[in-house]
Design a protein around this ligand. Sequence first.
Ligand SMILES: Cc1cc2nc3c(=O)[nH]c(=O)nc-3n(C[C@H](O)[C@H](O)[C@H](O)COP(=O)(O)OP(=O)(O)OC[C@H]3O[C@@H](n4cnc5c(N)ncnc54)[C@H](O)[C@@H]3O)c2cc1C
Length: 549
Amino acid sequence: MNRPENPSRRDAIKFLIGGAVAAACPFPLSAAADAAQAATAAPVAEKLGSEESALCHQVRDGFAFKFPPPAAEHEVVIVGGGPSGLISAYRLRDKGFLLLEKEPRLGGNAISEQWRDQWYSTGAAYQGNPEVEALCREIGMEIHRIKSVDASIIQGQVVPEFWNGGLWKSPYPDAVKKQFAALQKDMQAVNVERDAAKLDNMTFAELLQPYGPEVKAWFDNYGPNNWGGDTHNTSALIGAQAVEWEGGDEPNRYTWPGGLGRISLALEETLKKSSPAERLRRGATVLQILPTASGKVNVSFSENGTIQTVTGKTVVVACPKFIAKRLVAGLDDAHLNAMDALRYIPYVVVNVCFNRVIYNGSYDTDIPAPCPIVDFNVADWVINRDNKEQNRTNVLTCYVPRPERERPRILSDDYVLGLGHKVLDQLEEWFPGCKAHAEEVRIYRRGHAMVISAPGFTTRVAPEVRKPMGNIFFGHSDSEGYITEYTTALKAANRVAKEVTAALGKQAARSTTGPPGREGAARGHGEWRSGDQSVEPGGSVAVPAPAGP
Ligand SMILES: Cc1cc2nc3c(=O)[nH]c(=O)nc-3n(C[C@H](O)[C@H](O)[C@H](O)COP(=O)(O)OP(=O)(O)OC[C@H]3O[C@@H](n4cnc5c(N)ncnc54)[C@H](O)[C@@H]3O)c2cc1C
């Protein structure tokens, strides 16, 4: 507890806020929730970090950058170094690829960090998909099974193995327990494949209407956790499917201490072995993707304060579509309308680092709405689930998605710190005395973390989004429908790798038979603000100072 009579303890909990630059931004502050105590806390040590969004915001606001002519040509330029970009690079590693990632680290929403010797996740937690597992084995990763069924916290009480019999021991009244059981039975009878289009046109809330408010409240938090939307903003198709895998009742799921960011690290290591280091460029923000009359594509990016342009015979757009739609010049109406229809949820992940074990009862624990923590994971569960030693570090990764209307507030450090305090207070309520053992609170914020699996996303929107445009191929997990996860990132990467290989094959065949035609050029690209191209070939231009967030 941060009592005034114990000032050393009061200032002992460090809060660190960041996006991708979190580790560089220490922010010691009292953990006191009360404003008066917070005011007397240690001052801000350094400016807080965030995702690298200044340049993307300039693109959004239509800033007229000056783009130099191309200085180099690559077989494929990959925009974005999250899981889908990294897997695309891995699949295309025998081609001359160039991967451009705006953040200083690769991994996107699957990034692992360390506190002392403990790994924890800032985003993606676990998987169960056999194809993702096969990829991990292929790149030499050991598979750690979770061997745990998720718990839930119902009315303040931890309920082990909620969907595996725990429901019946929970404090819910009998009538509510029967509603949960009825939903499970009813959803098994739904033919999601046959009725996909019909289900995708309605909300999960409509499907849940017969089952009572407690069932809805449970999924109102489970949805944002897994696919970015509460029941009103979730397609019934996703909801009906999820009831089958709900609550993580599959013990064969796998993860690593630190979550799926470990796959990103392993992919990076593997790529470094097979490809020259300069092919993986971090801190390289793409500003424009411009199809040319030859069918090739010019990609302009900012790196170390300088704008450069390269030509790609093909381009994989592996950044999210809310950014892609502003980068790709001359997008046709079908792409633009589909990309405009995508919605993204803002997300805060709060890792609370304790100096002793606070909870080691299940890997994942789900909490129904209206709790701000939708679920929390034990960061080192797969290697320490059977460790009975209590005097060891214990990191709880708490997931705190926010409604879309709160996106601008994510940029406010006060707002984000307030969420950190709320998480600590909530944990204290469930595990009394735990605050006294908290040493650090590490907060990672993302403005557009997950695409929302809203009605229409899977059957109507995503199929339009992922249509190729000339030699530009749309990757990223927001192209595949269903839910944003490593599986959809892999699916997108496998698809674009095939598309790129076919396109390069066609280009090679054409180059032996005659000059390139115009078929790769996008409609309307001539009207696009292509910037001032008057710089000498191979030149570069300085990036203007950002105008602020
Ligand atoms: C809190 C949270 C929890 C999650 N939990 C799970 C889970 O348990 N299991 C699971 O399978 N999945 C989970 N996911 C989802 C998983 O993280 C994503 O599906 C995965 O990261 C998608 O990979 P991606 O490459 O498609 O996109 P992203 O991870 O979004 O990567 C896109 C990359 O593009 C880069 N970029 C953007 N703009 C530019 C630009 N202009 N120039 C250059 N680069 C750019 C970004 O910086 C980023 O690195 C979770 C996600 C979040 C946010």
